[in-house]
Design a protein around this ligand. Sequence first.
Ligand code: PHE
Length: 371
Amino acid sequence: MMTLSKDISLSELLELPQSAAASSLSELQNLIDDERSRCMKVVGLQVNLFSEAQADDVRVRFTGKKSPLQDWLKALRNYPADERKDAGAKINQLKSFLETEIENFVVKCRLFAEEKKLADERIDLTLPRPELRLGSRHPVSLAVQQLLEPLKRLGFTVIDGPELERDFYNFEALNIPSDHPAREMQDTFFVASEWVLRTHTSSVQAHAMMERGVPLRVACAGFTYRNELDLTHVPTFRQIECLVIDKGITLAHMRSTLDAFFAEVFGRPVKLRLRSSYFPFTEPSAEIDVQCQQCFGSGCRSCKHTGWLEMGGCGLVNTRVLERCGVDPQVYSGFAFGMGVDRIAMSKFGIADLRSLFEGDVLLSRQLALR
Ligand code: PHE
């Protein structure tokens, strides 16, 4: 048994008193005072004298099932009615005193034990150090960076927009009123009335026109959200968006910009195909297909044997959108295109399965960063 000082040991300190029974209120008070000072004596000792198990013994001694405290609480009902209230008050006071003191004491002992353990741990400085590895960007972040660079060279200003968006910028301003069926294709997370997680980066188009005015040549990349989850769709993905507004802008400008953009992205001219389509905010509208860079058109698993990969949408900015954003369609026209970055990353880096982008595989990121 640990010796606390020359003439007293912990077991003596933790011995239960001979008898805890009190025959009167004043005797109860004396016993309570004794118990209180015994407790003070123990918790006043240096915590380094106690192991965690011994600290627990202290707790059991003062507040456990066999402690005088519990005896007194049990005996309360034997008091005559006129004394019971007084006795109860005294015992409960002791109870909260003991509980607080012991709790503090146990915590202090535990902290001390932890610190001691850390201090005792020895580090062997002669061991070879583990290999240090630099982290790398995620393939989709790499792709974002590599997509924005050529756009900057083409004269686009890179801007940012909020992910938490007003219904107005995400839908209304883009000619998608609340009863429009296109809303169903882009179901999202409604955060509060009028606030949504943006379903596309096209919301930045409206911000740009209204806040920057025209003429305009801007690009933006960022997270977008949709309420969908299956083998080929995830609820959070990234898009990249471009908008040009100026006098006399035509489809020819859009096509040549897309050709120049994709040639830079893939480091060589690639075949593009514009397929007629529909978006409420562009007119005419088209889907942008890029020739599959795995099989160059002959058909493979990545392109589902079509030879083409759908990258996103584009079109001339709908005159209604121009009007809603304060731009005079008699004077100005423009084009916009938007794409999913994950798709481009897959095609650019030769990744066959969309899901591998979200599995947190550092090998994948590291391998791409080295290229
Ligand atoms: N915002 C559209 C989408 O998310 C893409 C698009 C952008 C279409 C710009 C036309 C013009 O699918």
